[in-house]
Design a protein around this ligand. Structure first.
Ligand code: KG4
Ligand code: ZN
Length: 339
């Protein structure tokens, strides 16, 4: 089965062609991130306009790179939400139109399910599995049963982990997107530089929910204090970046590994944009080794952690029954869902 995947939920315009859920025949990603870096965050209207400009060239490039034509495509998979409504519409309308012109089935895919299935591009995880999905808009722990049904265990009550990185970076003047910016500054921190210990919200709470909005307030307080004391300089910024990254990753790792222990499910999948963070990846491995846990950890390479269309095509291969274009236009359950 050869699937053309389309992903336009935010500021990436992506198309990929995947054979049998594993073989990457092409994967193309255009991003408008540089434009949003200038404004310090994504302006949805601008993101949608960029989607309109990029979508057809990106789909064409995916086809050209794969050396296939539309005749070889069995189905078109498209992200239907969650995401920015204007951006989502571009992908969905393109998928619908191509499906109608080419007479192909359309497969609607949830963006977060796509992130989870990025792991299947690399290996075939044993099920049941636990998954931590950490992106700019979501932080969730879910169980995936043998039949690929997904059961939600917990998630963020306010800001997502990626949002905590983005908002902290903004308060610190490090630019957008915040995750890579904080990670870069943190790598320059020298352990001898003194600094604050930030809160680890809900770390000792018995459930599996997260809360990162208090962390952002603590970062604001710290930035203000250091500026007032004339202590806002590169070593001080790097120290705070390091501590932000430690606080977020500590909470994500400890909660997720506790979920592994309590459920006795020993396949663990980590994905979404924040899973590209090298410190998170390193600390997960360290912690698993230190506690001698019997757990198979899967994290896709960074390019498949952040938004891409390969994960959407793969998810479609494993869990969705294709629908025809006529169905997608009349079935209310297949409409776009926004956050
Ligand atoms: O999955 P994604 O590409 O888009 C959404 O679905 O939201 O995730 C984007 C988020 C942003 O908040 C970004 O700052 C974060 O992922 N991110 C990172 C890193 N790369 C991207 N966070 C921490 N470290 C990174 N290296
Ligand atoms: Zn995403």
């Amino acid at each position: 089965m050869i699937i053309l995947g389309i992903e336009t939920s935010c500021d990436e315009t992506a198309a990929a062609i995947i054979k049998d859920g594993k073989e990457i025949l092409s994967t193309i990603i255009a991003t408008s991130v540089d434009m949003h870096a200038k404004t310090g965050g994504i302006i949805p209207e601008q993101a949608a306009r960029e989607q309109v400009k990029s979508i057809l060239p990106v789909v064409n490039e995916a086809l050209e790179t794969s050396h296939l034509t539309e005749k070889d495509i069995d189905a078109i998979a498209v992200t239907v939400g969650p995401g920015l409504i204007g951006s989502l519409l571009v992908g969905v309308e393109t998928a619908r139109t191509l499906a109608w012109v080419w007479n192909k089935p359309v497969v609607p895919v949830n963006h977060l399910v796509g992130h989870i299935f990025a792991n299947w591009l690399i290996s075939t995880p044993a099920l049941p599995a636990l998954a931590l999905v950490v992106s700019g808009g979501h932080t969730d722990i879910v169980k995936i049963w043998d039949d690929y049904t997904i059961e939600w265990m917990g998630g963020t009550r306010d800001d997502a982990a990626g949002e905590a990185f983005d908002k902290s970076a903004r308060l610190m003047g490090l630019g957008f997107p915040g995750g890579p910016a904080i990670s870069k500054a943190a790598a320059l921190h020298h352990q001898t530089t003194p600094g604050v210990k930030l809160p680890r919200p809900l770390l000792n709470d018995k459930g599996f929910d997260f809360s990162f909005s208090g962390l952002k307030t603590a970062v604001l307080r710290e930035v203000t204090k250091r500026k007032e004391l004339n202590e806002w300089n590169t070593p001080s910024i790097n120290q705070l970046a390091y501590e932000v990254q430690e606080a977020i990753t500590d909470v994500l790792i400890q909660k997720t590994l506790r979920a592994v222990k309590e459920t006795e499910i020993n396949t663990l999948l980590v994905s979404g944009g924040v899973a590209a963070n090298s410190r998170l990846r390193e600390k997960f491995l360290e912690q698993i080794e230190k506690t001698k846990m019997d757990v198979q950890l899967h994290i896709p390479p960074p390019i498949f952690c952040t938004d891409n269309a390969a994960m959407i095509a793969t998810a479609a291969t494993y869990i969705y029954k294709p629908t025809t274009w006529e169905q997608i236009t009349t079935d209310p359950n297949l409409t776009i869902t926004s956050v």
